[in-house]
Design a protein around this ligand. Structure first.
Ligand code: SF4
Length: 215
């Protein structure tokens, strides 16, 4: 695996890295949740990569960095990071458009709260229009009560917003899956049933995968 850094960054932050034959993009360390299992509470990154940003990269800086790579060798480019990518929604959209103009497959890993983070915008339609291929949403609970306890979202009604986001993405024809962390507090069977009702794919992650939001 290779770590590359954005040029001209005062502290040479890692804004992308390779893993699982994918390229992961790290746009922010901020998040609208504070999950009890979040890697940010325990480490500075994943696989020995320090993903703490001294500042958030601009669209131009991300594209400039990606331009130096052979992007076609990756299975997909994934917005993930040590934080919630949709807090940088316009950057996600712009970089997605740029990647899709080069026929590169693009995935968004998200907590599903984009509509609350970006009020007044039709976030799913904007993602669809940008060309996003698939979305992976951290569901992590079979009920609002448990979600609030485990994910500690900033926004009220976050759980219903997550469910709406999944439904809307499916309706828009975007490939969608929900993920849950394999910890005793979460009822995996109930989450799987919920995923089926939502018409979504379903994936169980280990705690370390959940922390990194990868796979
Ligand atoms: S695990 Fe993901 S959604 Fe939860 S606080 Fe961390 S970055 Fe945010």
């Amino acid at each position: 695996m290779v770590i590359r850094n954005v040029r001209n960054f005062a502290f040479m932050d890692t804004i992308y890295y390779e893993a699982h034959k994918n390229l992961y993009i790290n746009l922010t360390n901020r998040c609208s949740s504070d999950c009890v299992f979040c890697i940010r509470n325990f480490a500075d990154g994943v696989y020995g990569y320090d993903l703490r940003l001294s500042r958030e990269p601009t669209t131009e800086e991300v594209i400039e960095a990606l331009e130096e790579l052979n992007l076609s060798k990756y299975r997909e480019i994934v917005f993930t990071g040590l934080g919630e990518p949709t807090l940088r929604f316009d950057v996600v959209l712009a970089v997605t458009r740029w990647l899709k103009s080069r026929n590169i497959r693009v995935r968004l890993d998200t907590n599903g709260q984009a509509a609350l983070i970006n009020p007044g915008r039709d976030v799913v339609l904007e993602l669809k229009a940008a060309g996003i291929d698939s979305i992976s949403v951290s569901l992590n609970a079979e009920s609002e009560e448990k979600y609030n306890k485990l994910c500690r979202p900033t926004h009220e009604n976050a759980y219903s917003a997550v469910l709406d986001f999944v439904k809307e993405a499916r309706k828009a024809g975007i490939s969608i899956r929900v993920t849950v962390v394999n910890v005793p507090e979460i009822d995996l069977e109930k989450c799987k049933k919920l995923a089926d009702e939502l018409g979504s794919g379903f994936h169980i992650r280990t705690l370390s995968e959940a922390a990194s939001k990868e796979i």
